[in-house]
Design a protein around this ligand. Sequence first.
Ligand code: GLA
Length: 384
Amino acid sequence: MLSQDIIVKFAEKYHNSPRLFFSPGRINLIGEHIDYNDGFVMPGAIDKGIWYAVAPNNSNNINFYSYDTQENYSTSRFEIKKNNGWRNYVLGVLDQMVKRNLPFLGFDCVFGGNLPIGAGLSSSAAVECGLAHALNEIFDLQLSRVDIALLSQKAEHTFPGVMCGIMDQYANMMGKQDNIMLLDCITIEHEYLPFKLEDYGLVLINSKVEHALTGGEYNQRREQCKEGFEILRTNLENIESWRDVNPEQVEQLKDKFSDVVFKRSLYVTQEIERTQKAANHLKNNELKEFGQLMFQTHEGLSKLYEVSLPELDFLVDKAKEHDGIIGSRVMGGGFGGCTINLIRKQDWNIITEEITTAYKQQFNIDAEVYEVAIGDGTYETPAG
Ligand code: GLA
C-alpha cells in the first residue's frame, strides 16, 4: 500500500516516525469555470489523492521529498522563495503562512500519491491543502478548514501563478463521503447533496493528454471574463455579479463585445443557469435530465469557452453513442485531462472498453478508466 511506502521512505530518510495525512483529488459534476465568475459548482473529494508524512525536526530547516518524482528539496524556514515545478505548490503554502505570521517550525516531509498529475483532478490543490492541513495540526496553527482552502488558493495565485477559483481547495478540505457539495462561490458556503446512485456510477476517462494550467490559457480566460463583465456592467443596470445577467441579455448586447469575449460571457451566464437547474435535478433524483446538462456543458466548454481538445471531444462524442452513458463532459480546467461520465453500472466495462479501443485507433493513446468513489476531505490517518 502506497501510504506504507511513504512511511517507510520517511523512516529511511529522516529516522523518525511521522504523522500521516491523506489529501484527496476532486471531481466536479457540473459548474465549470464559474467558480471565479460568481457561480455555483458541484464538486466532491475522491478516494485518490496524496499522502503526507510529516514530523517536526527541532531545527529551522524544512526538508521535502517528493516520492513520485524522487526529488529532494530543502530550505530554511526563514528563506521561502519561489522555485519551480512541485516545489512552488509547497513553497507557496509556506510563503502564505509566513505572510500571516503563522508559527510553524522546521519539519521533515515525504509526500506522494496515486493521483494522476495533469489529469484535471486537482493534484495541485491536494498538494497545497495536504501540507497546510498537516502543518496546521502539527504546529496547532488554529486555522479552520475554510481558512486552509483560502490560504492554499492564494498560494496557487502567488507561486505557481494560476489565478484559480476556490473550487478545488474547498472540495479538498470540505469533502464528505458519498456527498456532492453545492458550493456558492459568492458566499463560499455549501450544501451537501447525498450522492449514492443505485444503477449508475461515475467513471473518469483520462485522455492522457496532460493539461498544464500554468500555460497561461486559464489566466487568459479569467481576463476575458473580466472584460465581458465590465461591458455588461456598463450597459445594463443593477449588475453586481454574473448572477444578475442572463444569456438573453448577453445575446442582445452581442455587438458590444469582441467575438471571443462574447463567447466567454455567453458561456458563463449559461453555465450559471445550468448548474442551478442541475442541482434541482439532482435533489429530485432526475439523473437523465442531470446528464443532459452535462452534455450541454461540454458543448459550451468546447465551442464557447474553448477549453476542450479534439481528443476530449472525441471521448464525449463516443459517450453519446451509448444509451448507458447519460452524461459526459470534459472536467476541470480543460486542455487535456479527463472526461467525467455518468454511466449505467451494469455495462460500464463493455462501454469503456469500446470507447478506449476507438480512442486508441483514432489517436494512438491508451486512455485510462477510473471508477470514482466520493470520499472525505483532507484528514489525518493512523501512521502505524
Ligand atoms: C481549475 C481551477 C478551478 C476551476 C476549474 C474549472 O481546476 O483550479 O478553480 O476554475 O479549473 O472549473
